[in-house]
Design a protein around this ligand. Structure first.
Ligand code: ATP
Ligand code: MG
Length: 256
């Protein structure tokens, strides 16, 4: 039985999708059979996961509606051990309320994740920003959670809320292990960034904060624009190395 790792944060734009896609690719490069599942109706995974040219665009929402069987929504990528389940046609819709309600009220998300975990070593779940119904349902069906936190000054004001949110989540879901907060888009030498990191280190228990940080790098957004995880497109980039190191640590923890 594989692990289900949810990537979650209250705030938007902190690097959840980037983390889900690059960790997924880094796990796959270690030879772990990996599935990235996008349950965020924004559907961003589609643009950066290294899907094959001319790939299908249906996904989880289409399976949920009953219009596609599970095997049709598991797509191959440029990496042999990496498969992707897009969110599917809901990403084209302006209104996501039916999709959200179906997830909130039904059992298909937990059932799908459990089935995926039987067939894979690791399932990485990319979630929408916030702790709404979709994210809560994903957390209820996951066994690990990782929270990216952008290394920027706003963090100084929001860390206590973020922390309370995580404590609530872990208290509610006994099966869930909190893997830690991951600082992202870190810029060495930027005083505001450095202060934020110092603040996080002073206020978050070391077991709950990865000492490893993801540096800000133009290679990350360039790779996304080219449709690839940065760990695949520019493996020597410091952000790629950080994601590979993070995947190594998590894989060791998961195996232990
Ligand atoms: N390490 C990095 N260096 C440079 N740019 C980055 C890095 N990580 C993420 N980005 C960029 O920051 C933006 C937000 O990242 P991403 O989409 O991963 O965040 P998100 O938390 O998934 O957002 P949302 O809440 O909308 O789902 C993207 O344009 C992405 O390319
Ligand atoms: Mg995202």
């Amino acid at each position: 039985m594989g692990r289900i790792l949810a990537v979650v944060s209250q705030k938007g734009g902190v690097g959840k999708t980037t983390t889900a896609v690059n960790l997924g690719a880094a796990f796959a490069r270690r030879g772990l059979k990996t599935l990235i599942v996008d349950v965020d109706p924004q559907g961003s995974v589609r643009y950066g996961a290294g899907l094959k040219k001319g790939h299908a665009t249906h996904g989880f929402a289409d399976y949920l509606k009953g219009s596609r069987p599970l095997r049709d929504v598991i797509l191959p990528t440029s990496l042999p051990w990496l498969r992707v389940m897009l969110v599917g046609s809901v990403a084209e819709d302006a209104d996501h309320s039916d999709y959200t309600q179906q997830i909130a009220e039904g059992d298909l998300l937990p059932t799908m994740l459990a089935t995926a975990a039987e067939r894979c070593d690791i399932v990485v779940v990319d979630t929408p920003p916030g702790l709404g119904a979709i994210t809560r349902r994903a957390l209820a069906s996951s066994d690990r959670v990782l929270v990216p936190l952008q290394a920027e000054p706003l963090v100084l004001q929001t860390t206590p809320q973020i922390f309370r949110g995580i404590q609530d989540i872990v208290a509610k879901h006994k099966q869930l292990t909190f893997d830690g907060i991951l600082l992202t888009m870190y810029e060495a030498g930027n005083p505001a960034c450095e202060r934020t990191v110092q603040y996080a280190r002073a206020n978050v228990p070391p077991t709950l904060l990865f000492d490893l940080m993801i540096p800000r790098s133009s290679a990350v957004s360039d790779a996304f624009a080219a449709g690839q995880p940065v760990v695949v497109r520019t493996p020597g980039d410091p952000a790629s190395q950080a994601y590979v190191n993070l995947a190594t640590r998590l894989a060791e923890r998961f195996a232990g």
